[in-house]
Design a protein around this ligand. Structure first.
Ligand code: PMP
Length: 366
């Protein structure tokens, strides 16, 4: 019966990894997958994360008798969810204080996009269209398409100027059907590294509100763009705290990943949150997110979320983590500078300034 199965094309990113592994060159570098590397080309295990892991493992072995390794609730680790939301929206966000935000633990950022997409496909009546930037992380097309949403694109990158096509973006969003979902990279846009300035974000928010679009932020790199967790959440916080013309709170979704900023790639640690207008609506949304999760994988794994929660909850570990994060972001900036200098020294034709100007610092100044 399987004779008729067609060969799928290889994944464009993982295909590069296969080629990389097969290559015998001692100087090879894998620029396909977006994972942080040290000077030695090795993955970086964050010291704060390692310490948190030790505490979690000790705690879990001590508490084995209390069945700590049984299933989590469908929505995952409640402390992790609360801390993740506070990290993204800021601890003073009135939506959190008022209990208007539904939060569930997910299988990293991809899982958050998938659960959010499934929820929208089933329960969001205004539109079944989702607009993603052109270009975008390739899996946005696959994930949203697979849950039955129609994926469309808006202009984002202007190749000639190697900068944001701001006017093109606004005009495509203005032409979107009312209520359409719009996927926005919270910071460190993948693959271009080009982020809107705070002023441009204000313009994007105005169009989102004018057309009644539903923002869905993808935050896979909080802390990586500027080295500062709050600065990198600037855009999504602007949206989350906005009010509509009638004074009602702005609704939105947010997919968070801890893969890059905690180096927990393979632990699959993430969160999906939905900002609603009231605790009553939040409760119903929450119930439907759980239905979506229950049929996909029933409940999320324990270990990675416990580590992330420990890092965020413990003030010493959190401070250490943020210092390490600033170190990684600073080194990325230094690498970009060194690349531009090396290109100039080698006499490469053309202008490479975009490599150093990309990577938003704007929220730090704002
Ligand atoms: N969104 C974007 C923009 C990404 O670049 C990535 C990872 N490359 C993800 C989401 C999801 O990653 P993960 O599922 O590992 O958290």
């Amino acid at each position: 019966y399987f004779e008729g199965v067609q060969q799928a094309p290889p994944d464009s990113i993982l295909g590069i990894t296969e080629g990389f592994l097969a290559d015998k060159s001692p100087n090879k570098l894998n620029l396909g997958v977006g994972a942080y590397r040290t000077e030695e080309g090795k993955p970086l295990v964050l010291s704060a994360v390692l310490k948190a892991q030790r505490i979690v493992v000790d705690d879990r072995s001590r508490n084995k008798a209390r069945a700590r390794d049984e299933y989590q609730p469908i929505g995952g680790n409640a402390q992790f969810c609360a801390l993740s939301a506070a990290l993204a929206y800021g601890p003073d966000f009135d939506g959190l204080r008022d209990g208007r935000v539904a939060v569930v633990q997910t299988l990293s950022g991809t899982g958050a996009l998938a659960v959010g997409g499934a929820f929208l496909a089933r329960h969001y009546a205004a539109s079944k269209q989702v607009f993603v930037p052109n270009p975008t992380w390739g899996n946005h097309h696959g994930v949203f398409g697979s849950v039955g949403l129609t994926v469309k694109t808006y202009r984002y990158y202007h190749a000639a100027t190697r900068a944001l096509d701001y006017e093109g973006m606004l005009s495509d969003l203005r032409a979107a059907e009312p209520g359409a979902v719009v996927l926005l990279h919270a910071c460190a846009h993948n693959p271009t590294g080009v982020d809107p300035t705070p002023d441009q974000w204000r313009g994007i928010l105005a169009v989102v509100q004018e057309r009644g679009l539903m923002p869905f932020f993808d935050s896979a790199y909080q802390g990586f763009a500027s080295g500062d967790l709050d600065a990198d959440a600037g855009a999504l916080r602007m949206f989350a705290s906005a009010r509509r013309r009638d004074g009602s709170p702005q609704e939105m979704l947010l997919a968070q990943s801890f893969a890059k900023n905690m180096g927990l790639y393979g632990e699959r640690v993430g969160a999906l949150s939905v900002v609603t207008q009231s605790p009553e609506v939040r409760k119903r949304v929450d119930s439907q997110l759980k239905v979506a999760i229950r049929v996909m994988y029933s409940n999320p794994p324990i270990h990675g979320a416990a580590i992330a929660a420990m890092v965020m909850a413990n003030p010493a570990l959190s401070a250490e983590w943020q210092a390490e994060l600033a170190g990684m972001a600073g080194r990325i900036k230094d690498m970009r500078r060194a690349l531009v200098d090396a290109l100039a020294a080698a006499g490469a034709p053309g202008n490479w300034d975009h490599i150093t100007s990309q990577g938003a610092q704007a929220w730090l100044a704002a």
